[in-house]
Design a protein around this ligand. Structure first.
Ligand code: PLP
Length: 403
């Protein structure tokens, strides 16, 4: 018999979508996989050199639980630059990816029964971790407001049990970038209602002009004592497999996270830490610029192809590397039609009919969304989206015939 706790979570919906794409491909189908939460790219030279040098030096020992002091210093300097405030080493913990940083935050901030406001559609791990920590996720639907929550709707969701609010900008899955005014309102809400802000900016490096990513602590400095910033190199340096993330927050939070981490994973991989340290010390920004340009080109290419279909409105894709489509009009298709009537059905049909794999919005609490990643090579992206457009058009035609 397994623990009751195992009923609180299942393998993530994005992992399930990836597995379905792989199963179809293993079965011999030619699949264009647009499910990935990662960017296709070579290693940054500084990362490669930093890792090789660490191996040559024979680095093989534990480091401090929350990371090498030099790495924490370099990260404190980075967060200071990005926020325009002074951050100290003891306000930074290096973690095994952003996921561990978020998990640490949930475990050290939440008591059983505490409510956490999570705007939806949401990245699937946010509510799962809140549940594991004994909390209760409370979702505020953002579909009617361009995927950015209206502050008054957030305020309506606050109860005496509310302990924290999760802000993820740019958002996975929606690609929404929160504007300055909304963030200021959220910061003031948090102050007024004594809430923590868990500020996930893993996609902060990928806000597409004219959209700009704002760290919430820069806009309202008074909120810093109640904010935990979550970030990682998984997306920024296309290093998903290397597992280096960090959290920045009040020393008391970092100390508690360190104690927790000392009983869970201990330090993140030592070679990966040295690689990121080398990058922070010697990187000249050219790798990041290349990655941003690659994504900007992919975004333009993808939007151009998606503009040729009429089933779903063109996504705004303000940040990150996801197109998030609203398939609501599938519901208008006559019941007699064999075409899909939900995002889950659409994802299955796309894979079966067109060999294109995406992630259903149901993984993100939205039964009519479809997430397509444009972090893959441009030729595959173009092929995948062209097939998707053809399939959408065939569904639309079929629905007209039924009507
Ligand atoms: N936060 C968000 C919003 C994400 O989309 C992801 C990964 O997809 C993570 C955190 C986790 O990142 P990592 O791979 O660094 O654990």
């Amino acid at each position: 018999m397994l623990a009751q706790r195992t009923r609180l979570f299942a393998s993530s919906g994005t992992a399930a979508a990836r597995a379905a794409a792989k199963a179809a491909s293993d079965a011999g189908k030619e699949v264009i996989d647009l499910t990935a939460g990662e960017i296709w790219s070579d290693l940054a030279p500084s990362i490669r050199e930093g890792a090789l040098a660490a191996i040559e030096r024979g680095e093989n020992r534990y480091t401090d639980t929350v990371g090498l002091r030099e790495l924490r210093e370099a990260l404190a300097a980075k967060v200071s630059r990005e926020t325009g405030q002074v951050w100290h080493t003891d306000e930074i913990a290096v973690t095994s990816g952003a996921k561990q940083a978020l998990f640490n935050a949930a475990m050290v901030l939440l008591d059983p029964g505490d409510e956490v406001i999570i705007p939806s559609p949401y990245w699937t791990t946010f509510p799962a971790q809140v549940l594991i920590a004994g909390g209760r996720p409370v979702h505020v639907d953002t579909r009617a407001s361009g995927f950015v929550p209206r502050p008054q709707e957030l305020e309506r969701a606050i109860t005496p049990k509310t302990r924290a609010i999760v802000i993820n900008t740019p958002s996975n899955p929606t690609g929404a970038v929160y504007d300055q005014t909304t963030l200021e309102h959220i910061a003031n809400l948090a102050i007024r209602h004594d809430l923590w802000i868990i500020f996930d900016e893993c996609y902060g490096a990928f806000a597409h002009a004219p959209h700009v990513h704002h760290p919430i602590v820069s806009l309202v400095p008074e909120v810093r004592s109640r904010t935990v910033i979550i970030n990682a190199y998984s997306k920024t340096l296309a290093l998903t497999g290397w597992r280096i993330g960090y959290m920045a927050g009040p020393k008391s939070v970092i100390d508690a996270a360190k104690a927790l981490q000392s009983h869970t994973t201990s330090n993140p991989n030592v070679i990966a830490q040295h690689a990121v340290l080398e990058h922070l010390q010697r990187g000249d920004g050219s790798y990041e610029r290349r990655l941003s340009d690659q994504l900007a080109q992919a975004r333009r290419l993808g939007l151009d192809i998606l503009s040729r279909q009429t089933l779903a409105p063109l996504p705004s894709a303000q940040g990150g590397f996801y197109f998030y489509l609203d398939l609501g009009s599938l519901l208008d298709i006559g019941p007699g039609s064999a075409t899909p009537r939900s995002a889950d059905d659409a994802v299955n049909a796309l894979l079966a009919e067109a060999g294109v794999a995406g992630v259903s919005g149901s993984a993100f609490g939205d039964h009519m969304g479809l997430r397509l990643s444009y972090g893959i090579t441009h030729d595959k992206l173009a092929l995948g989206l062209e097939r998707l457009v053809e399939t959408f058009e065939s569904w639309t035609k079929a629905s007209r015939n039924v009507a």
